[in-house]
Write a protein that binds this ligand. Structure first.
Ligand SMILES: Nc1ncnc2c1ncn2[C@@H]1O[C@H](COP(=O)(O)OP(=O)(O)OP(=O)(O)O)[C@@H](O)[C@H]1O
Ligand SMILES: [Mg+2]
Length: 322
C-alpha cells in the first residue's frame, strides 16, 4: 500500500499538472510493491507508467554525479536483417524482441520479458551490433556504459557509481550495454586489486538482481572463461557469438556489396579466403574494396581486389589472435 504522504503527493501532483512528479511517485509505488514481493503488480504499474510517460530519449546525460562520464547515448540505424549469425542465435534474439513487444501479456501472468542478457564471443562478431539492433527494433534509446572507465577512473567508489547508473537505468527505459564487462566480471582485471574487484562484482550482481525496470541490461565480454560462475544465473539469457562459417561469410559479403556493382559470383569466394576472419573484419574488407574501386574510378568491385582486401585484414588483425 502507498503511504499517506505518497497518496497526498500523488493527488497534488495531478492537480498541479506536474507529470514528472506524478511519474516519480508512481514509480516509487511500483518499487514498494516489488520490495514486498508483489512483482506482478509492480510490473503492471511500471508498464502503465512507461506507456503514459512517453519520455523522449535522454540524449544528453546529466553531469550530476559525473554520469555523463560513464554513460554514452548512442544512435545507429542498424536493423536485425544486417546481423549475420547462426539461425539458432537469430531465433534467440527474435525471442527477446517478441517478449518485449508482448510484455504486457507476460506481466499479466506474473512474468517479466527477458532483458538481462550476457553476450559472449570473439571480437567483431556482433555483440555491440546486437545491442544497437535491439534498441532500433524496439524503438528504445541505446546507452553504452563505459565499464572500463568506472573501474579505472572511479576505483574505490565503483559501487556508488554502479548504484547511480542503476538508478538512471530504472528511470530511463533503454537498452544499456555494459561494454568490456570483463573489467568487473573477472577477478583478474588490470591493477589487480582483487578484493576491490570482488566487491564491485558483488555490487553489480546485487543491483542486477534488484533491478525490476523495463530496461535491457546487456553485458558483453570476449572471454567467458574469465567470468565468475555466479554471474550466469543472474542473467535471463546467455548468447554465444562466433566467427562466421562459409555460408554466413558469403551472406555478409552479399549484404555489404548490395549497393555496389561487382563482376564475380560471391558464392565462388573460397573458404580459405574468409576462414578465421570475424564478421567485422570481413565487413571492413568489403568496405575497403568498395572504397578502392571508387577512388580508382572503376565501376565494379573485382574478385581479386576483394581477395586482396581480405588478405590485408588477415595480416592486420589475424596475427593478434595467435
Ligand atoms: N554478426 C555480424 N553481422 C553483421 N555484421 C557484423 C557482425 N558482427 C560484426 N559486424 C560488423 O562489424 C562491426 C563491429 O562489430 P561489433 O562492434 O558488434 O563487434 P563486437 O562483437 O562487439 O566486438 P568486440 O568484442 O570487439 O566489442 C559492426 O558494426 C558490423 O559492421
Ligand atoms: Mg563490442
Amino acid at each position: 500500500m502507498a503511504t499517506a504522504e505518497q497518496l497526498k503527493s500523488l493527488i497534488k501532483s495531478h492537480y498541479d499538472s506536474d507529470n514528472e512528479r506524478f511519474s516519480t511517485i508512481a514509480l516509487q509505488l511500483a518499487a514498494n510493491e516489488a520490495r514486498k514481493g508483489h512483482n506482478n503488480l509492480a510490473h503492471q504499474l511500471k508498464n502503465i507508467i512507461d506507456k503514459g510517460r512517453k519520455k523522449p530519449p535522454l540524449k544528453v546525460i546529466p553531469h550530476t554525479n559525473n554520469l555523463s562520464d560513464l554513460i554514452q547515448y548512442s544512435e545507429t540505424p542498424n536493423r536485425l536483417s544486417q546481423l549475420i549469425v547462426s539461425d539458432e542465435l537469430k531465433e534467440r534474439i527474435n525471442r527477446i524482441i517478441r517478449e518485449y513487444l508482448q510484455k504486457g501479456k507476460l506481466s499479466k501472468h506474473g512474468f517479466s520479458h527477458r532483458r538481462k542478457i550476457l553476450l559472449t564471443g570473439p571480437p567483431g562478431t556482433g555483440k555491440t551490433l546486437t545491442a544497437s539492433i535491439l534498441s532500433n527494433e524496439l524503438k528504445i534509446p541505446f546507452y553504452i556504459i563505459l565499464v572500463d572507465k568506472i573501474v579505472t577512473k572511479y576505483m574505490g567508489e565503483t559501487s556508488a557509481k554502479l548504484r547511480q547508473i542503476f538508478d538512471f537505468i530504472g528511470e530511463n527505459t533503454g537498452v544499456y550495454l555494459f561494454d568490456e564487462f570483463d573489467a568487473i566480471g573477472t577477478e583478474r582485471s588490470r591493477d589487480n586489486d582483487v578484493g576491490e574487484m570482488r566487491r564491485v562484482l558483488n555490487a553489480f550482481l546485487q543491483f542486477l538482481e534488484q533491478d525490476n525496470s523495463n530496461s535491457f541490461i546487456i553485458s558483453a565480454t570476449n572471454n567467458i572463461n574469465m567470468l565468475d560462475q555466479a554471474l550466469f544465473r543472474r542473467f535471463d539469457d546467455v548468447l554465444f557469438y562466433d566467427l562466421p562459417d562459409k555460408k554466413q561469410a558469403i551472406d555478409l559479403i552479399r549484404n555489404k556489396l548490395a549497393n555496389f556493382k561487382y563482376d564475380f559470383e560471391i558464392e565462388n569466394i573460397s573458404t580459405s579466403s574468409v576462414s578465421g576472419l570475424s564478421q567485422s573484419e570481413i565487413s571492413q574488407a568489403c568496405d575497403d574494396a568498395v572504397k578502392e574501386t571508387i577512388l580508382s574510378d572503376r565501376l565494379k568491385v573485382t574478385k581479386n581486389l576483394l581477395l586482396e582486401m581480405l588478405l590485408n585484414r588477415r595480416a592486420v588483425y589475424g596475427s593478434k589472435r595467435k
